[in-house]
Design a protein around this ligand. Structure first.
Ligand SMILES: C[S@@+](CC[C@H](N)C(=O)[O-])C[C@H]1O[C@@H](n2cnc3c(N)ncnc32)[C@H](O)[C@@H]1O
Length: 297
């Protein structure tokens, strides 16, 4: 269940995800008179998109079809225009759970980057929570703000274009949780402490290198955070397939104990056998997630 309101039908100004296949999706802003080219032909926004239900199959000009989907955080993460390295769903799922985010939570985040994590946070904290996100790169801050508006979640978020290590999050005593994805998180730990509620909360810092983790843990301990734990999430995807196989079927009474009557002639039936393909490769190292709790002050 989601508290971010998705409309049922596509309207002008909406962002839709054009789904061509699992590995091929593109976000498109719907405009009256607009046209989007795909490998299956053109999609005309006025006739093919506006007024159609999200989730519909749309036939393109060359006869192939695509699906038109809501820009959910999961689909946005795999289709957004990258301005930076981003967080992916495996890390994001762990972060939202371990930060104990829920509808109504107030969260501080820095840096915003491409907004991959921000979109997942927004869906989790809607409809009454708020995200304060800090990004010191001006174009990135402006672009992500525009995307929040286009995705109609801008009422849930404040973007601040400033250096979190120097100026902090721009709020004090309000955050239930803080998330850091910056090169020197230890420099922002004091500001995180200030931003968090007096009765405490949860912090997470994402760093690719263990030396960054060590410095961050030192800063967290000095500031009185406790319950420190660092983990790395490794994803193993298993391919479970159903394979049709033709086996002789001797009927319900067949078999060694079936009685005096001769067994009926075998009928061939198709049986689904599940096979599991072991994962050939694992997702590589993304980063370490360090969690800590701010005690009540
Ligand atoms: C790796 S990206 C964050 C990606 C983001 N978590 C996502 O999922 O899209 C790191 C961002 O932090 C920003 N940044 C680095 N140091 C910062 C600082 N001191 N204050 C604010 N932003 C900072 C960078 O400009 C960059 O956009």
């Amino acid at each position: 269940m989601s508290f971010v309101e998705y409309s049922e039908r596509i309207r002008e100004g909406d962002v839709v995800i054009i789904y061509l296949g699992h590995e091929s999706m593109m976000p498109v802003k719907v405009q009256a008179g607009g046209k989007t080219q795909t490998r299956y032909g053109a999609i005309r926004h006025s006739t093919d998109l506006i007024g159609q239900s999200f989730g519909s199959k749309v036939t393109c000009s060359k006869g192939g079809w695509v699906l038109v989907l809501h820009p959910t955080p999961e689909l946005w993460t795999v289709s957004l225009p990258h301005r930076t390295q981003i967080l992916y769903t495996t890390d994001i799922a762990t972060i939202t759970m371990m930060l104990e985010l829920k509808p109504g939570s107030v969260v501080c985040e820095s840096g915003t980057g491409s907004g991959s994590l921000s979109h997942a946070i927004l869906r989790t904290i809607a409809p009454t929570g708020h995200l304060h996100t800090v990004e010191f790169h001006q174009q990135r801050a402006e672009k992500v703000e525009q995307e929040f508006q286009e995705h109609r979640v801008d009422h849930l978020v404040t973007v601040r274009n400033q250096d979190v290590c120097r100026e902090g999050f721009g709020v004090a005593g309000v955050a239930d949780a803080v998330f850091l994805d910056i090169p020197s998180p230890w420099e922002a730990v004091g500001h995180a402490h200030t931003a968090m509620k007096r009765h405490g909360g949860r912090l997470c810092s994402f760093s690719p290198c263990i030396e960054q983790v060590q410095r961050t843990c030192e800063a967290l301990t000095e500031r009185g955070f406790h319950d420190l734990s660092t983990l790395e999430v490794a994803l193993r995807v298993h391919g479970v397939r159903s394979v049709g196989l033709s086996l002789p079927d001797f009927g319900p009474d067949a078999g060694p104990d079936a009685g005096e009557t001769p067994a009926p002639a075998p009928v061939h039936t198709s049986v689904a056998i599940k096979t599991t393909i072991p994962p050939r490769e694992m997702t590589g190292h993304t980063g370490y997630l360090t969690f800590a709790t701010k005690p009540r002050t």
